[in-house]
Design a protein. Structure first.
Length: 453
């Protein structure tokens, strides 16, 4: 879209003239990639230096020990190549800059293309920019069209992009997009000086960081604490809010939360085991990893016990249900013994026995048997016939005496469809009387209903 408003023209002009080259941040993002190896028959190939070697042990053993390349000595992770020995990965960075009164967030991705015969190749893909004028409360997007390839953006030209901010902004592709890293040298407007964010590099998205700071005083406390790992965890998770009291206690006790993910998990486990999570001795173990793993083991035992218990209950329910259904079939047989509805040439008879239901389904090629309708509680199946010829199968609810379905060959209605329905409806009171005679049938039906519910 061509810049239309004065603001769009201003932003587009500044975009073309005032920004630092994105290439300056390429090396920073390149350093964020892992190094990989792949397999070729029984050999390993380093995708960094293309060295090929025969491993000493099976791959899974090597993976446990950790694979290092004998050629370049780099520590390697396994990656499966996708086509002709090639594979690629990308990371997204955000460059945070100020231009005059604008706060600018730029998004770039760097792609690492790996090949078993070539050294890795890195390419930069510029994605989009958001220009925010906080005083006027206006934001402008300049960038490529969203969608398309894996980093979420096409290769279209950089242009002003229209986004409907009134209704959809919070669900907009540009608004929701997040970087993995804030590039070095981040610059924020003086209005954010209070947070001391300038030059902070974080494995996080800067816009999300600001949104959280705006919405959560707890988050601000974490930022001020200077614990970078805790901050990073808090940007993408919500546990910091649940365990904020514990976090504050950790500040008071000068306990360094070195691995927030494990620590929050540990607190969750303590809560599960009803331990006092307000007691510093409990929540700040000397060896967090060990204390955590012990609780994980304990919890696994509890879970296994629970699973065994519910399996027993399930089996018991299954057995009771099978029993009740068997009884229901028997009672149906006596309740509807000899029962027939006649209308001119058409005769409608109950289908009780499993083999009769199956035969009906085979001949009419519908799903009455495979779907187990005959086993459903409170259901009576009937077959409408013209002499020996099967016309339609009727499914009747014995709970409210209504016709649930009525289907002919391949689920299609026959010319007799309306007539059959009409006749069955007129005979519904007979069916209900037969059922009522057999109180036991009702009793079992209701038992099944409660179990099903
Ligand atoms: Zn190597």
């Amino acid at each position: 879209m061509r810049p239309k408003t004065r603001l769009q023209q201003e932003v587009f002009h500044l975009h073309k003239t005032c920004l630092s080259p994105a290439e300056e941040h390429k090396d920073f993002l390149i350093a964020k990639f892992d190094s990989f190896y792949t397999t070729h028959y029984k050999n390993f190939i380093c995708l960094e230096c293309n060295h090929l070697w025969k491993p000493q042990m099976d791959k899974w053993k090597e993976d446990i020990v950790g694979v290092s390349c004998p050629g370049c000595k780099k520590k390697l992770k396994y990656i499966k190549t996708e086509s002709r020995g090639q594979v690629s990965r990308f990371v997204v960075g955000s460059i945070v800059e100020t231009v005059g009164r604008f706060q600018v967030f730029r998004y770039i991705s760097v792609w690492k293309s790996m090949d078993k015969d070539l050294k890795p190749d890195y390419t930069l893909h510029r994605l989009f920019e958001e220009w925010i004028d906080y005083d006027k409360g206006k934001s402008t997007i300049v960038g490529r069209i969203a969608g398309g390839y894996r980093d979420g953006f096409t290769y279209s030209d950089y242009e002003i992009r229209y986004v409907n901010k009134s209704a959809y902004w919070s669900r907009d592709d540009y608004y929701l997009y997040q970087a993995d890293y804030i590039c070095p040298g981040a610059r924020y407007l003086p209005r954010f000086d209070f947070y001391d964010l300038n030059n902070k590099t974080l494995d996080a998205d800067p816009r999300l960081l600001l949104r959280k700071l705006k919405d959560s005083p707890k988050f601000e406390t974490i930022l001020k604490s200077g614990n970078k790992k805790l901050l990073q965890h808090a940007i993408n998770n919500t546990e910091y809010s649940t365990y904020f009291k514990q976090i504050k206690t950790s500040f008071r006790h000068k306990y360094k939360i070195a691995d927030p993910g494990v620590w929050f998990d540990f607190l969750k486990l303590l809560t599960f085991f009803k331990k006092d999570i307000h007691n510093p001795v409990v929540i700040f173990p000397k060896n967090l990893r060990k204390a955590h793993d012990e609780l994980v083991k304990k919890k696994a035992k509890v879970d296994a016990l629970e699973a065994a218990k519910s399996e027993l209950i399930r089996q018991e329910k299954e057995r009771a249900k099978a029993e009740a259904e068997e009884a229901l079939r028997g009672i149906k047989e006596t309740a509807f013994k000899g029962f027939k509805i006649k209308n001119g040439e058409i005769v409608i008879i109950p289908l009780i026995k499993e083999q009769d239901v199956k035969k009906e389904g085979d001949i009419l090629k519908h799903c009455v048997h495979t779907n187990g309708y005959h086993n459903k509680s409170g259901i009576l199946l009937m077959s409408a016939r013209l002499g020996e010829k099967r016309l339609e199968t009727i499914e009747i609810s014995l709970l409210n005496y209504s016709i649930l379905q009525c289907r002919g060959l391949r689920n299609k209605p026959t010319p007799y469809h309306d007539q059959i329905i009409d006749v069955v409806r007129r005979n519904m009171s007979k069916i209900s009387r037969l059922c009522q005679k057999h109180q036991e049938l009702k009793k079992i039906n209701s038992k099944l209903q409660t179990e099903a519910a």
